[in-house]
Structures are given as structure tokens and as C-alpha cells.
Write a protein that binds this ligand. Structure first.
Ligand code: PMP
Ligand code: GLN
Length: 381
């Protein structure tokens, strides 16, 4: 393994999901729903397969139907206009979009400022691009970014801000004032912005607004979305990028040599999914809000300190009330102790001491599963 990938061994999601499989514990670690997305969307995939649409290499940038649907989605929800031919790119999940963006936009030695705790692929992709990640630490209990720290972190080497709102794992959602301040800094210091908005439809307080919608941001921002998250098909690996034509062209260049194209039949199905009526998106969010409240209550009753998320399908907790400090050790022992799997947030920080006592649970599971997990977690008391 080369030095760039030093320390990036096995993702925490693989490790903890393997633990769940081995122990039969309820897996509230890796964020994937236990109920698939809409039947009509699954049927659309089957139809495409049967009718031979997408069974051979689809067009590199994505099938035109899906690019048009992504563009229409950005217009319907955010009033943003993107040309489906030049300003939309289909990727193999948001994961590839992140990788392709980092590989396309960074020079070796460039600095990237990213929130910490960070979604784990950010660190790996920045490292693979030979760039340097500069953390902007979000601190409990509010996990709000400190904008003075952000300003101070910008150097002449800073090329890009890698943002994530709603934020995994803390559930923080940037406020309009924070967005404005970040946008003003990006413009003032002429920075690119890559913004991972895969949880755009999971905001429980207020509504999501893309960074790209702010003045001066459209031409410098790469926005990333995911059908895995929005339609509960994480196994399909369909994501997308919207940005100005030059930025999309750059990301597309890298994407060509990563996967070349993304899975064909699923693209037809995701195009249909993006056209679902508003009611789908409202019900999806409200269902997850109930689950959030259910799991939060269960975790509190079990003795955790709970940081109620404003968005995403994750709850970050603190285990200090149990008299424990090491979240990693806690998560390794949790299946034996209580039949539940969670993820330690420490792996999402540079400094393993930071966030050491934080543990993340996902609530994208059936209500009865969450209730059962809550019952089991009471054994910790
Ligand atoms: N970004 C964030 C913040 C995520 O939580 C995830 C995980 N699902 C991804 C990107 C990756 O999305 P995808 O499954 O579409 O590759
Ligand atoms: N994004 C999901 C999570 O944070 C899982 C993604 C993965 O397994 N790489 O749990």
C-alpha cells in the first residue's frame, strides 16, 4: 500500500457491518435502510433490464433522461437551472462524485478545508489526490462551524472547501447565515466549493438550501446528490453532480477513467424516481423524523447523551454518562453487551482523542427494529 493510503485500511462501515453479521446484532452502524425504495422505481429498473435499456454501456455522462431529471429536480426544489447536457454528470454513487471531484480539481500540495468529523471517503480521496486536508472541527453539543476558525484556516494554498450539509455524522444543517458567510469567504478568497448534499431531503428543522443557490456560488460550486440516500437504493450506486460546464467537464474527465459509466438500467429507474411527486419526498422525511424521535427517546432512556440531529439519518451520542470514554472499545463490545451495532465517531476525526466518546447510531430502520434496539440498549444501564 502506498503512503497516500497509509492508515486507511478498512472502513469502519465494513468493520462494524461484519461485526453485526457475525453476532446477529441489530445493525445501527452503517447507514443503509432496511426497507427498499418505492415499488414503482424498482419496477422501472426491471422494465429497463427486460427491455434492454442500459444493458450495454450507457453514455459516459449518464443517460439523457436521467440528466434531464436531475436538472428538473434542482429546478423544482431549489429554482436552480442546470443544462442537462453540460452541467449535469451521473456518477457511481456520491462516492465516485467525491473521488472524481478531488482528483479533477486538486493539485498535489493543495489544501482542502473540510468539516471534522468527516465522512470517511473525504480523507481518502483528498489523500489519493495528493492534497492535504485541513480540518474545521465541529464541536458538541451544537456542532456549528466556527466561521472565524474557517477564515483563519484559509491560506494561499487553500484550493477548495469540501462541505457537507446536512452533515454526517453530526446531523448539523448549515443555517442561511452560515451559508452566506461561507459563500462570502469563498468569493473573497476565490475558492472552489464541493458540497455533499446527499441528505438534502432529510432536513427536520427548516428546509435544505444548496450552497450553489447563494450569490457568486453557482460558478464555483460542485453539488453532489445520491439516489441511494434520497430513494433508499444504496446498492444501486447512482449519484450525480451539478455544476457549471467547466467544472462538470473537469469532474467528467476524472470520472471517465474511474468507472467510465454508471450502471445503465438503474439510471432509467432513478430518472423516474426523481420525477416522483412532492408527496414522496414529504413522506420520506416525515417517516424518518418519527424514527429519529423514536430512537432519540430510546437512546436517552438507555442513558446516552443525545445530540438531536437537524438532518440526515444519524444520531451522534456521547457515552460519558456510562462512565466510559473510548467509543471504539464501546462499539466493539456493544453487540455482546446489548445486541446492537453502532459506529465510533473517533474515526472521523484526525485527532483520535477528539470525538473519542462519541458514538453514532442510524435510524433508517423499521420502527419495530428501532424499538427492539431501544429495549436491548436498556441493558447497558
Ligand atoms: N456522502 C455522505 C455524507 C454519505 O453519508 C454517504 C454515504 N452513504 C455518501 C456520500 C456516499 O453516497 P453513495 O452511497 O451514493 O456513494
Ligand atoms: N454513508 C453511510 C454511512 O455513513 C455508509 C457508506 C459506506 O458504507 N461507505 O453510514
Amino acid at each position: 500500500l502506498n503512503r497516500r493510503l497509509d492508515g486507511l485500511g478498512t472502513t469502519i462501515f465494513a468493520e462494524m457491518s461484519a461485526l453485526a453479521t457475525a453476532t446477529g446484532a441489530i445493525n445501527l452502524g452503517q447507514g443503509f435502510p432496511d426497507t427498499d425504495g418505492p415499488e414503482s422505481v424498482r419496477e422501472a429498473a426491471v422494465r429497463a433490464l427486460r427491455e434492454g435499456r442500459g444493458n450495454q454501456y450507457p453514455p459516459g455522462p449518464g443517460i439523457p433522461e436521467l440528466r434531464a431529471a436531475v436538472s428538473a429536480h434542482q429546478r423544482r426544489f431549489y429554482g436552480l437551472g442546470f443544462d442537462p447536457d453540460t452541467e449535469v454528470l451521473v456518477t457511481a454513487g456520491a462516492t465516485e462524485a467525491i473521488a472524481a471531484a478531488m482528483l479533477a480539481l486538486l493539485e498535489p500540495g493543495d489544501e482542502v478545508i473540510a468539516f471534522e468529523p468527516f465522512y470517511d471517503s473525504y480523507a481518502a480521496c483528498i489523500a489519493m489526490a495528493g492534497a492535504r486536508r485541513v480540518p474545521l472541527t465541529l464541536r458538541a453539543p451544537s456542532f456549528r462551524p466556527d466561521l472565524d476558525e474557517l477564515r483563519a484556516a484559509i491560506t494561499p494554498r487553500t484550493r477548495l472547501l469540501l462541505l457537507n450539509t446536512p452533515h454526517n455524522p453530526t446531523g448539523m444543517v448549515l443555517t442561511e447565515e452560515e451559508q452566506q458567510a461561507i459563500a462570502a469567504l469563498a468569493v473573497e478568497r476565490d475558492l472552489l466549493v464541493v458540497t455533499d448534499e446527499v441528505y438534502e431531503h432529510l432536513v427536520y428543522e427548516g428546509t435544505h438550501r444548496p450552497l450553489a443557490a447563494l450569490p457568486g456560488m453557482r460558478e464555483r460550486t460542485v453539488t453532489i446528490g445520491s439516489a441511494g440516500k434520497t430513494f433508499s437504493f444504496t446498492g444501486w450506486k447512482v449519484g450525480w453532480v451539478t455544476a457549471s460546464a467547466p467544472l462538470v467537464a473537469a469532474v467528467r474527465t476524472a470520472k471517465q477513467y474511474l468507472t467510465y459509466v454508471s450502471a445503465g438500467p438503474f439510471q432509467y429507474a432513478v430518472a423516474e424516481a426523481l420525477r416522483l411527486p412532492d408527496a414522496y419526498f414529504d413522506e420520506f422525511r416525515e417517516g424518518l423524523r418519527r424514527k429519529r424521535d423514536l430512537l432519540a427517546a430510546g437512546l436517552r432512556a438507555a442513558g446516552f447523551e443525545v445530540y438531536l440531529p437537524e438532518g440526515t439519518y444519524f444520531i451522534t451520542t456521547d457515552i460519558t454518562p456510562f462512565g466510559e470514554k473510548d467509543g471504539y472499545a464501546f462499539c466493539r463490545a456493544l453487540p455482546e453487551r446489548s445486541g446492537v451495532v453502532a459506529v465510533p465517531n473517533s474515526v472521523f476525526y484526525d485527532d483520535p482523542q477528539a470525538g473519542r466518546s462519541q458514538v453514532r447510531f442510524t435510524f433508517c430502520k423499521r420502527e419495530e427494529t428501532l424499538e427492539e434496539a431501544a429495549t436491548r440498549l436498556k441493558r447497558l444501564a
